[in-house]
Design a protein around this ligand. Structure first.
Ligand code: ADP
Ligand code: ASP
Ligand code: MG
Length: 492
């Protein structure tokens, strides 16, 4: 946390990169709070801001593009009206006349881009991933311009910056990865002048650009990733991710209202949690800050006085056992059985090669080499592609007397219990098993991460809420979350 008149270990004012998510910039009122938070911290620290689109806008844009590409010529016109209205309303309520004159034409340009793109999609009946990226990240262009103008209206010098000028990515449209060396150099160079003048950059989250300048996006929820990419490039002392909950919690509070804040978790725990579906963080968020060991705070913009969760390189062992539980509620289990001449290594090699070609990660993997059976779970969104690829890979064997069979169990969920403290603590899976058994929840498959950081259970999708609750209760996370909160507050 930043103290009065602080000096960072780097001999200058601390530099904080702050990201505000969709709900934090979801309305005029929320944007006003953002301006207050930024204005307040800007007195004691140098602040770089990254913003998401207003809540719901990205979904709306993507839906409109898909509808337009199916030939719909009307629905996206309603979306255009709503897009213009929501941003215009915030501008009307919060901006001085001079700022309105600057920002309204920029908002209108983004709306015109939306219109032109959708009109093109409906004409050619197609939306390419490349065009989708330009369109789906227009919400960030609009919110960055608005937030920068609101800051200026409140007397805080700020300028909207399009991340296509900072973040250089590969050409993987829809889920691009940054090219770090080039990104770091470009970001530092582009922001240097603003830093010298004391102007706060307000950067569009979610988007970047290829070397040739085509707009890309970093995957859904990618503004968290944008924040750490920029934070690391700028050598920030800390990255703060402002969202709508008090921090990383023992589980998703929407599933279990008794969930408690975790005051501190390690990088590895955060990576595991986000990989297995904890929406509070984009799965790649921690990657850019690992080398520089930059702490990442998760904070609540609706409750700024709450300290939040600090994600640190390695967290103190507070309690033995499970620290947090997460779940992926829409998954499928694929079982591939081989017979006769196909050995298990051959079967597994070809199955994983297929997954690799589709760029799909597994959620859990189990095997029985003796029976030549490989079993793995994937996100439901990947099922269609993976199934088609596997059927192609094993086409011949499936034709010849069923030498390979592929079975799919749909509608399953993966429940994952996570903690670095698990290592060397016996009996964790036994207790979790017991808790699920007592509630009559059938475990379809189980896997323990090789790093001993997590244990995953596949259960029926309809059992997911009950399963998370059962493990949460078994490991008394309601109490341990509260206790570790007290311990940390005691230390402060
Ligand atoms: P933002 O728009 O700020 O990026 P998100 O909706 O992407 O916010 O992420 C915040 C949400 O993540 C919370 O509202 C909460 O419902 C959900 N969530 C899931 N798992 C957790 C968890 N373990 N701790 C905190 N929030 C979680
Ligand atoms: N607006 C983008 C999304 O909804 C990115 C983000 O909010 O992080 O996916
Ligand atoms: Mg998010």
């Amino acid at each position: 946390m930043i103290k009065e008149n602080p000096v960072s270990s780097k001999g200058r004012k601390p530099l904080i990169t702050m990201k505000f998510g969709g709900t934090s910039v979801g309305s005029a009122e929320r944007m006003k709070s953002v301006a207050e938070i930024v204005g307040d911290h800007a007195q004691r620290a140098e602040v770089v801001v990254v913003v998401s689109a207003m809540g719901g806008v990205t979904d709306m844009l993507i839906r409109a593009a898909n509808e337009a590409s199916q030939g719909d010529r009307e629905n996206w016109k309603n979306v255009r009206r709503e897009l213009a209205h929501r941003h215009r309303e915030a501008a009307d309520q919060l901006l001085k006349a001079a700022e309105q004159a600057t920002v309204l034409p920029r908002l209108a340009d983004a709306v015109a881009d939306f219109e032109n793109l959708c009109s093109g999609f409906s004409l050619v009946r197609e939306v390419t991933p490349r065009a989708m990226d330009t369109l789906s990240s227009l919400g960030e262009v609009m919110s960055a311009n608005l937030v920068a103008a609101i800051l200026r209206s409140c007397g805080t010098p700020a300028e909207a910056i399009d991340a296509t000028e900072l973040i250089v990515t590969d050409e993987h449209f829809g889920n691009a990865s940054p090219i770090f060396d080039e990104t770091n150099a470009k970001t530092r160079q582009r922001l240097a002048g603003l830093r010298r003048q004391g102007v706060i950059p307000v950067i569009t989250g979610f988007r970047g650009a290829t070397r040739s300048g085509a707009c890309t996006t970093l995957g859904r929820g990618g503004s968290d990733y944008s924040a750490t990419i920029v934070g690391a490039a700028m050598d920030s002392d800390e990255v703060w991710i402002w969202t709508d909950v008090d921090g990383v919690m023992t589980t998703d509070p929407r599933l279990v209202p008794e969930a408690r804040i975790l005051p501190e978790i390690s990088y590895r725990e955060a990576i595991e949690l986000s990989f297995f579906g904890a929406k509070v963080l984009h799965p790649k968020t921690i990657q850019p800050v690992m080398k520089k060991k930059i702490p990442v705070w998760i904070k609540n913009s609706f409750n700024p006085s709450c300290p939040g969760t600090c994600i640190v390189p390695s967290a103190a062992n507070s309690h033995k056992g499970v620290k947090a539980i997460t779940s992926v509620s829409k998954a499928d289990l694929i079982t591939i059985s081989g017979k006769e001449s196909l050995t298990f290594p051959q079967l597994a090699a070809r199955a994983f090669e297929s997954l690799s070609l589709e760029e799909v990660s597994t959620l859990i993997v189990t095997q029985s080499s003796a029976d030549n059976v490989l079993c793995f779970a994937i996100h439901d969104a990947d099922l269609r592609r993976v199934k088609a690829r596997l059927e192609k890979t094993f086409e011949l064997e499936m034709l010849h007397n069923d030498r390979v069979s592929i079975e799919i169990m749909p509608h399953i969920a993966i429940v994952v219990a996570i903690s670095e403290d698990m290592k060397g603590t016996p009996g964790i899976s036994g207790r979790a098993f017991g808790a699920l058994g007592r509630r009559g929840i059938n475990i379809i498959a189980i896997a323990q991460g090789s790093s001993e950081l997590s244990i995953s259970f596949a259960v029926k999708a309809t059992d997911v809420k009950e399963a998370v609750k059962a493990i949460h209760e078994e490991f008394r996370l309601k109490e341990s979350g509260a206790k570790s909160q007290e311990a940390i507050e005691g230390k402060r």
